[in-house]
Design a protein around this ligand. Sequence first.
Ligand SMILES: Nc1ncnc2c1ncn2[C@@H]1O[C@H](COP(=O)(O)OP(=O)(O)O)[C@@H](O)[C@H]1O
Ligand SMILES: [Mg+2]
Length: 209
Amino acid sequence: MAENNLVWHKPYVTRNDREELNGHRSVCIWFTGLPSSGKSTIGHTLEKRLHKLGCRTMVFDGDNIRHGLCADLGFSPEDRSENIRRISEVAKLFIEAGVIVITAFVSPYRKDRQRVRELLGDDLIEVYCRCPVDVCRQRDRKGHYDKAIRGEIKEFTGVSSPYEEPESPDLILDTDKLDVDESVEILLNLLVERGVLPLSTLKGPLNRR
Ligand SMILES: Nc1ncnc2c1ncn2[C@@H]1O[C@H](COP(=O)(O)OP(=O)(O)O)[C@@H](O)[C@H]1O
Ligand SMILES: [Mg+2]
């Protein structure tokens, strides 16, 4: 840093101050899984629940981010890694801002997710949306799996590009067995268990000062 003449300016309002004001801790809930395994659906439903409870939240969703921040990136292994690197850096900033960050990216490579872990440490809750590829294909409203099988989409995860399953995620959701609301309940309980949300959250909206 010193050779760039960059000096970190310590914020006067800290993350801890923000967390106290919000009445909950900040964290990143990182969904990973095959396309159509349910990451976006569960992520946004969880956000809606948290928002109603009075939490500060933000969802970063794969396709949306590729419209802007990562519009220059494709689906090669290098570009996928850079995509995940940028998202994790933005997630880190939002965590500092006191927000509960929810990310919904395929994030297929173990080494990329490992880098997220190194960057975010205990602020990361890695959630694997596990679902057999044939169920994902049946659910796929965008027809991406069929296009990938016909060779019309290249490097499609689950068809022509690998998905490396997480070895020790914080949580596995079997989305072919659990319905969306059941998954969200499990997640809310985990957030309470990890001290992100106070126990009282499960009974009603947070009491803000
Ligand atoms: N139990 C379930 N959990 C999550 N999604 C489900 C479930 N059952 C059916 N679906 C449907 O599967 C699709 C999952 O798509 P999406 O959430 O966009 O997946 P992803 O973000 O992982 O690509 C949605 O249309 C959703 O309504
Ligand atoms: Mg999605």
